[in-house]
Design a protein around this ligand. Structure first.
Ligand SMILES: Cc1cc2nc3c(=O)[nH]c(=O)nc-3n(C[C@H](O)[C@H](O)[C@H](O)COP(=O)(O)OP(=O)(O)OC[C@H]3O[C@@H](n4cnc5c(N)ncnc54)[C@H](O)[C@@H]3O)c2cc1C
Length: 417
């Protein structure tokens, strides 16, 4: 690791990989600081490798570096792209998480970026034209300077360390521990009997209604999908180490409850847990208080902001304790993301990408998805590189220059479609 970089990205997840790749490919010296030992964030460590949505009603609205990485992952694993249905409001594709993460390493190193795993920012302050970042590493505290910081932690952790406020919604979406289960034939089970037994367990306090997911307590939902992205964990704010510890412990407690219950049910005697994600999937913790605020009304009318840097595409999708609120957008609505929603109010030389940019509960429930986070990440990387190289504030970089750089790297910019 060097003493200083033009761009430092905290968090090498869905948005962070793409932000760092864009900054490095634009020629900025770039460091990624990641607390895990693998890149990919929610896509990899939480087991949600199903990026949505590059397309809306058959039209591609997000491309660029995230799309390139997904396509290459598909090519490396010899898989075809799924058919894009022109009638469908959105489309997803699955990517092999291990290959995606390995490719992210490869592409970042090829672009000249450096990656520091097993490290987290512990403090940050301004020093002349730099941010001085103190990192907690395996061997103690280490200092590094950066001209522009990009917070891609998903939780705006760096924004808080720098002293800027965040917004925490009164209700937070449920978290989910992804598990894969087997040892039974879903077609052969007596779901009525299993449901009756489950409801008895819930009444006795031994199980929780939301254990099988967002199906209003239907255990069949969990079993038919062989687990997967199901177990719901409401009421946890996993923004702090304490909060994350509660999420991890509660997730594994729920998994054990399911294991112990299932193995007593007829047809499920050989029920097995084959895999559980190393980290609990977190949908929401906090959003920044940004220079701009994306409301549902802005989002669902497809408002084109004057500083729009990318499109976003997904339904409103709020995971409450045992059900979801889900609403698609009509054809022709292509929500856009303004740069101002990525800039903490009152901050300089600090930009945010990923699920925690500034917006209301409904809008953020939609732009939090992976293709959108990748597009937002690419925009953050472009803005950061241009500002660092020019020695300017991010807002002093003309928006057209940011868009030009994004287009050069394959991104679709609002107005292009
Ligand atoms: C259960 C669940 C199901 C979902 N289903 C889908 C789906 O099917 N399709 C879809 O497109 N989206 C889905 N999403 C949403 C989507 O996966 C996430 O919102 C998105 O990946 C968030 O991207 P991000 O870059 O903001 O955060 P992340 O991808 O989580 O990246 C954050 C990164 O920062 C690192 N980090 C965090 N704090 C620090 C720190 N202090 N210092 C250093 N590193 C740090 C983390 O380890 C991680 O690598 C789902 C989310 C969940 C939880």
């Amino acid at each position: 690791m060097k003493d200083q970089y033009e761009v430092i990205v905290a968090g090498g997840g869905t948005a962070g990989i793409i932000a760092a790749l864009q900054a490095a490919r634009a020629g900025a010296s770039t460091l990624v600081v990641e607390k895990q030992g693998i890149l990919g964030g929610t896509m990899v460590t939480a087991g949600i490798s199903y990026p949505s949505s590059f397309h809306a009603y058959g039209k591609q609205i997000i491309a660029g570096i995230g799309w390139e990485l997904c396509l290459q992952t598909k090519r490396e694993t010899g898989e075809d792209l799924p058919e894009i249905n022109p009638q469908s409001p959105r489309s997803g594709l699955s990517v092999n998480p291990a290959v995606f993460a390995a490719l992210a390493d490869e592409k970042l190193l090829e672009a000249g970026a450096e990656i520091l795993f097993h490290a987290m920012p512990a403090g940050v302050c301004r020093e002349d034209n730099f941010w001085k970042l103190t990192l907690a590493t395996k061997t103690g505290l280490q200092e590094v300077k950066g001209k522009i910081l990009v917070d891609c932690t998903g939780d705006a952790n760096l924004v808080s360390l720098a002293g800027f406020p965040v917004r925490i919604n009164p209700e937070l979406q449920a978290a989910t521990l992804v598990v894969q289960v087997s040892g039974y034939e879903a077609e052969k089970l007596d779901y009525q009997a299993i449901q009756a037994a489950f409801e008895k367990e819930v009444a006795s306090g031994r199980m929780r209604w939301e254990d099988p997911g967002w199906s209003r307590g239907k255990f069949e939902f969990f079993l038919r999908h062989y687990g997967g992205n199901r177990i719901h964990l409401p009421g946890i704010n996993a923004r702090t180490s304490e909060g994350k510890s509660i999420a991890e412990i509660e997730g594994r407690k729920a998994m054990l409850r399911i294991l112990r219950f299932c193995r007593k049910q007829p047809g499920l005697e050989s029920f097995r847990i084959d895999w559980c994600a190393p980290e609990c999937g977190i949908r929401e913790t906090a959003t920044i208080v940004g220079k701009k605020f994306i409301t549902l009304a802005d989002y669902e009318t497809g408002r084109v902001w004057e500083d729009a840097v990318c499109y976003s595409c997904y339904a409103v999708d709020i995971h409450r304790s045992d059900h979801t609120v889900f609403r698609n957008f009509p054809p022709g609505v292509y929500p856009t993301i303004p740069l101002g929603a990525m800039l903490p109010a009152g901050s300089t030389r600090l930009i945010v990408a990923g699920r925690c940019i500034s917006g209301d509960w409904e809008a953020s429930s939609s732009y939090r998805v992976e293709a959108s986070c990748m597009a937002i990440g690419q925009a953050a990387g472009a803005a950061a590189a241009l500002a660092a190289q020019a020695g300017k504030e991010i807002e002093e970089v003309p928006i057209e220059k940011i868009r030009e750089l994004l287009r050069k790297h394959g991104a679709i910019v609002p107005g292009d479609i």
